[in-house]
Design a protein around this ligand. Structure first.
Ligand code: ATP
Length: 361
C-alpha cells in the first residue's frame, strides 16, 4: 500500500526502567495508512514501544509526535490511538454490541449515532448476526474481531495491535491475517503491529521494523528485508539461512569474491567497501540452493546428502560439505527432476544474485 506521510515520528527515543535501557535512541517514522510491524526476539522492546505510543509509559528522553503534535503531555485517552491487547480485555457481562459500544457510551455519544457506528463496525468485522451474543458464546477468532471492532469504532488514526493473534490456533490465525488486511483497507487506519512471528510479519506488513536489544536494526519492506538483510542477526531472524564464515579474496568492478578456509568460493556482484583478507559472513537461503545446474555461471560445492525431510510440496535436504559443515537445501517438488537420496554424493549450485555478504557478528 502506498505510504502518504508520517503520522508518528519518534526522535531519539530512549526508555529506561531504573538503570536498564529498554529502548535506546529510537528514530522511526510511521507512515499514514501503512501496516508497520515491530518484529524481534522476546524482550527487545516491542511492547514498550507500543505502550509509549499509547501513553501507558513515558519516554526517558526524546520525543514522539503524532500528526505533528508532541504527545508527551497528552494522556492516553486523548491520543488518536487505540490498542488491542493480546487477551482482548472484553467485558464478559456485556454482549458483542455493548462491548463495541462501550467507549462511545462513556464519551456520551447520542444513542442513535452510537448504534449506527457500532452496526457499521460489526458489518466490517462481519459479526452483525452476533450482536446479542455474550463473549463466552464466541470462538477465539470471533472474540478477536470484537476486540478489533471495539478498538476501531471511534475512528482512531492509529491502531496498536500487540500480538493480537497469539491466542488463536494456526488455522484461525491465517484466516484472521487475511481479515486484518481487509479491515485495514476498509478503515484506512495506520496499524502498528507487534509480533515475534516472522511469517505474520512477512504476510501482513507494508514495512517491518526489526529490533534487537532495545534498538532498531533494520526498517524495510518485507521482501527487501528477506532478500537483503543488513546484518547476520536480520538474516538469521527473518527466515532460515545458511551462514558461511569466509575471507575476502578479491574486490573489483565485477563484484566481491570470498572463500571459506576449506576452499568453497562465493562470488557476489556487489562491490563491498571491504578489502581482501577481511573476514565476512556469507548468507544463502535454503531455497537459493539447488542440485540442478541451471546457469553456466553458477557457483558450486561438492557434498554428501545426510538427511531429507519431506514436507509435501517441498523437501528439506541436509547435506554435508567437504569440511563437514552442514547446509540446508530446499527443493520444490517437481516430478521431472531427479534428486539425490541419503548417502549420495551431489553438487549444490547457487547464483551470484543469491549470495548475501554480511559483516561477521
Ligand atoms: P515479548 O516479545 O516477550 O513480549 P518485547 O519485545 O515486547 O518482548 P518488552 O515487553 O518491551 O519486550 O520489554 C523490553 C525489556 O524491558 C524487557 O527486558 C523487559 O523485562 C523490560 N521491561 C518492560 N517493562 C518493564 C518494567 N515496567 N519494569 C522493568 N523492566 C521492564
Amino acid at each position: 500500500m502506498a505510504a502518504i506521510a508520517p503520522i508518528i515520528e519518534i526522535r531519539n527515543g530512549t526508555k529506561m526502567f531504573g538503570s536498564f535501557t529498554a529502548l535506546a535512541d529510537i528514530n522511526l517514522s510511521i507512515n499514514q495508512g501503512e501496516i508497520l510491524t515491530l518484529l524481534g526476539p522476546s524482550g527487545c522492546g516491542k511492547t514498550t514501544l507500543m505502550r509509549l505510543i499509547a501513553g501507558f509509559e513515558n519516554l526517558t528522553s526524546g520525543t514522539i509526535q503524532i500528526g505533528g503534535v508532541d504527545i508527551a503531555n497528552i494522556p492516553p485517552e486523548r491520543r488518536p490511538v487505540n490498542m488491542v491487547f493480546q487477551r482482548y480485555a472484553l467485558f464478559p457481562h456485556l454482549d458483542v454490541f455493548e462491548n463495541v459500544a462501550f467507549g462511545l457510551k462513556v464519551k456520551g455519544m447520542p444513542k442513535e449515532e452510537r448504534t449506527e457506528r457500532v452496526n457499521r463496525m460489526l458489518h466490517i468485522v462481519q459479526l452483525e448476526s452476533f450482536a446479542n451474543r455474550y463473549i463466552d458464546q464466541l470462538s477465539g477468532g470471533q472474540c478477536q474481531r470484537v476486540a478489533l471492532a471495539r478498538a476501531l469504532v471511534n475512528g482512531p488514526k492509529v491502531l496498536l495491535l500487540d500480538e493480537p493473534l497469539a491466542a488463536l490456533d494456526l488455522k484461525i490465525r491465517q484466516h484472521m491475517l487475511a481479515e486484518m488486511k481487509r479491515i485495514h483497507i476498509e478503515t484506512g487506519a495506520t496499524f502498528v503491529y507487534v509480533t515475534h512471528d516472522q511469517d505474520e510479519a512477512l504476510i501482513l506488513s507494508d514495512r517491518v521494523v526489526l529490533m534487537e536489544k532495545g534498538r532498531v536494526v533494520q526498517v524495510d519492506r518485507p521482501t527487501e528485508m528477506y532478500a537483503k538483510p543488513k546484518s547476520l542477526f536480520a538474516a538469521k531472524f527473518l527466515g532460515e539461512t545458511n551462514i558461511f564464515e569466509t575471507t575476502i579474496t578479491a574486490v573489483n568492478g565485477i563484484g566481491t569474491t570470498a572463500r571459506t578456509s576449506s576452499g568453497i568460493q562465493f562470488h557476489s556482484s556487489e562491490t563491498l567497501t571491504k578489502k581482501p583478507s577481511e573476514k565476512i559472513a556469507v548468507s544463502i537461503r535454503p531455497e537459493s540452493l539447488t542440485f540442478q545446474h541451471k546457469n553456466p555461471d553458477a557457483q558450486s560445492a561438492e557434498c554428501v546428502v545426510d538427511d531429507i525431510v519431506f514436507m509435501g510440496s517441498r523437501s528439506f535436504y541436509t547435506v554435508r560439505l567437504n569440511d563437514q559443515s552442514k547446509v540446508r537445501v530446499q527443493v520444490q517438488r517437481d516430478g521431472r527432476l531427479s534428486v539425490p537420496s541419503p548417502g549420495d554424493k551431489a553438487t549444490i549450485f547457487w547464483d551470484a544474485s543469491n549470495v548475501v555478504m554480511l559483516p561477521r557478528d
